[in-house]
Design a protein around this ligand. Structure first.
Ligand SMILES: *Cc1c(COP(=O)(O)O)cnc(C)c1O
Length: 472
């Protein structure tokens, strides 16, 4: 590097040192910055130069720097790296929480990723009927597959499940009563509380039963001519045990059918699954097909929880209420993008082909064999032990997360890293080129291979190996 101050700084005051700082223009004109300007543009580099000069000026004033640095290009390159890095980045989830809302919920299948890449590249028939050569509907795309998979008469996709619940209530129950069990007035997280959503939608909440027990007759007694719907909400993130009961969905459907007002039955399934969770050592979750088969008018669920697809709110059910939703002006405010529809279509096709467990990451993780997890944790341990890191493999538990299967765990094998300052080591892993998110338990870093794609193993190990260079 050639920009230098020739002064002998030992005898200089900080004011003198400041005076030897190069100007913004001088730095920008220098050869060393030319490649950076070509790569990032003059404006970005100028901002970085100013910022670098400001930082150095501050350091000189506070006595932290006695001479003007000479490695400007490197310093500015680092600053540029930080600003040009996208804010939203890939991370490695070693927490063992499969559907981690903070980490973007379900990772997409290869087919879904390919569909996004292919369709994002150009124009699509999003709202164009190719047979007729005229305007079509974006809602037609996932409709056929969803009907086929769930047995429902019709289907509609909106932005997320919170939107689906709100939309159904606002469009079909505004100004009327909605009956819900006191045991299901839940808060999902992020301030999404069923009683608040109901109020916001303009519907009137009628609470029935008690916290732990609600009977079919509680619903039957509450219906009057003002009742628009009976609603069931999946208690996604807590579990009631002991002296508890809730009416079955089929009982709500029968009660609604018997009343001349014929209120709708709405089921907010939350996660919603097409596959039987009991087949994978978890407690049984109600499937979407079961809800539909019970005669429910509207079933709502997320696209990115157990379904394992993109963020979306899926509404399936009877023809008439869904036709009202489709034509409602609010539908446009909640509509999904072509990328979402592309990924959803590809994800649903894995289910149609009967290949969901093999192809959809969430289900691959749920069904990962224990011996495979043990082998991977052991493989990690050996490589880290080779460089002198203190590690062990121990039994542990993964969770499904994302407001599905509360309290349920899957047995797993964990890698435990013993380091003197685990919090700082974890922070170092978060700052890696590909950030790694781990758990800390009993002062040890804990990594669960279940949520790490085997294709990420090499990257993960390279990052973990950097821990050996410091005394974390
Ligand atoms: C998760 C969940 C929601 C919200 O779904 P999003 O897809 O996060 O909008 C609503 N209701 C229940 C019961 C849930 O579990």
């Amino acid at each position: 590097m050639t920009i230098q101050n020739n002064s002998t700084h030992t005898t200089l005051s900080w004011q003198d040192v400041l005076r030897t700082l190069p100007s913004v223009d001088a730095l920008l004109r220098h050869d060393i910055l030319r490649p950076l300007i070509e790569r990032e543009g003059l404006q970005v580099v100028t901002d970085a130069v100013r910022q670098a000069l400001d930082t150095v000026r501050g350091q000189i004033r506070s006595g932290h720097l006695e001479a003007v640095p000479t490695d400007w290009a490197q310093h500015i390159d680092e600053l540029l790296h930080a600003v040009s890095r996208p804010s939203l980045r890939s991370v490695i989830n070693a927490t063992g929480v499969i559907i981690h809302t903070n980490l973007g919920r379900a990772p997409l299948s290869e087919a879904a990723r390919r569909a996004i890449a292919d369709l994002g590249n150009g124009y699509t028939n999003l709202e164009y009927d190719l047979d007729e050569g005229r305007r079509g509907s974006r809602y037609d795309h996932a409709r056929t597959l969803l009907r086929q998979l769930t047995g429902a008469e019709d289907a509609l996709v909106v932005n997320n499940n919170a939107a689906a619940v709100y939309f159904a209530l606002a469009a079909l129950c505004q100004g009327q009563a909605v009956v819900i069990s006191r045991g299901q007035l839940v808060e999902i997280g992020g301030g999404f509380r069923i009683p608040d959503v109901l109020r916001q939608s303009g519907a009137r909440l009628v609470e029935v039963g008690t916290t732990n027990r609600t009977h079919p007759r509680d619903f039957a007694d509450a219906i009057d001519d003002d009742t628009a719907a009976l609603m069931r909400v999946h208690a996604s993130n807590f579990k009631q045990m002991g002296f508890v009961t809730q009416p079955a969905l089929a009982e709500l459907v029968e009660i609604a059918a018997q009343h001349p007002r014929r209120p709708l039955v709405i089921d907010d399934l939350g996660s919603g699954t097409f596959l039987d969770t009991a087949a994978y050592g978890l407690s049984p979750e109600p499937t979407v097909q079961e809800s539909v088969a019970a005669g429910t008018d509207l079933v709502t669920f997320s696209g990115d929880k157990l379904l394992g697809g993109p963020q979306a709110g899926i509404i399936v059910g009877k023809r008439e209420p869904i036709a009202i939703l489709r034509k409602h002006p609010m539908a446009r405010a909640l509509r999904v993008d072509k990328m979402t529809l592309a990924a959803l279509d590809a994800t649903l096709r894995s289910y149609v082909r009967g290949r969901a467990v093999e192809e959809i990451p969430v289900w691959r993780m749920i069904s990962a064999p224990l011996h495979e997890l043990s082998q991977r944790a052991e493989g990690w341990r050996q490589q880290l032990a080779n460089v002198g890191l203190s590690t062990s493999v121990q039994k542990g538990e993964s969770t499904v997360g994302g407001g599905s299967l509360p309290g349920e765990t899957l047995p797993t094998w964990l890698l435990a890293l013993d380091l003197p300052r685990p919090d700082e080591a974890a922070a170092c892993l978060r700052r890696a080129s590909t950030p790694v998110i781990v758990r800390i338990q009993q002062d040890r870093l804990i990594l669960d291979p279940r949520t790490v794609d085997p294709a990420e193993d090499a990257t993960l190990l390279n990052i973990l190996l950097t821990l050996k260079d410091d005394t974390w």
